[in-house]
Design a protein around this ligand. Sequence first.
Ligand SMILES: Nc1nc2c(ncn2[C@@H]2O[C@H](COP(=O)(O)OP(=O)(O)OP(=O)(O)O)[C@@H](O)[C@H]2O)c(=O)[nH]1
Length: 190
Amino acid sequence: MLVGDSGVGKTCLLVRFKDGAFLAGSFISTVGIDFRNKVLNVDGVKVKLQIWDTAGQERFRSVTHAYYRDAHALLLLYDVTNKSSFDNIQAWLTEIHEYSQKDVVIMLLGNKVDSTHERVVKMEDGERLAKEYGVPFMETSGKSGLNVDLAFIAIAKELKHRSMKLPNEPKFKLHDYVKKEVKGSGCCKS
Ligand SMILES: Nc1nc2c(ncn2[C@@H]2O[C@H](COP(=O)(O)OP(=O)(O)OP(=O)(O)O)[C@@H](O)[C@H]2O)c(=O)[nH]1
């Protein structure tokens, strides 16, 4: 499930992952909730991801709360060009902990890193927050595609591992995998 403030780029991230395209043009806010499926091959196993795209607007909050408890993983987004979307992450995490399953996989994404000149949230700030909450972190761009597939593949690997771990298979380490695979935005860090 994709969560975060309205306008952080949840729908665009999902469309980028699903169709490999960027939704250019005017911003059409999600109404309530929507979903798309994508089948991935994860280490030789077919994994069907059902990805729920939630509305970030406050007025839909009661609708989206109802979906948290069935979510296996949450991608929590903020927009690196919008400080308040970053400041609201703590409130989102409180909400997540209130409504979702205890073992839900959470990943923090700092999105829109293609907008280098408008950036107001440093990568280190995202890293620090993620560390504080013990969740993996990466910076993404639905526009350029940076780290978009990686975010979903990492989640798919974790979920596949949790649901069908073989007896002698070593534990999949999501944090380590993300650290190893993540790509930088290729720009200044501030
Ligand atoms: N520069 C840039 N703009 C983006 C990116 N992703 C989304 N946008 C723009 O940000 C605006 C909001 O994108 P959406 O994907 O609709 O945002 P959302 O989080 O789904 O918003 P809600 O549905 O209201 O919760 C649109 O105008 C997009 O074109 C990105 O990676 N880079």
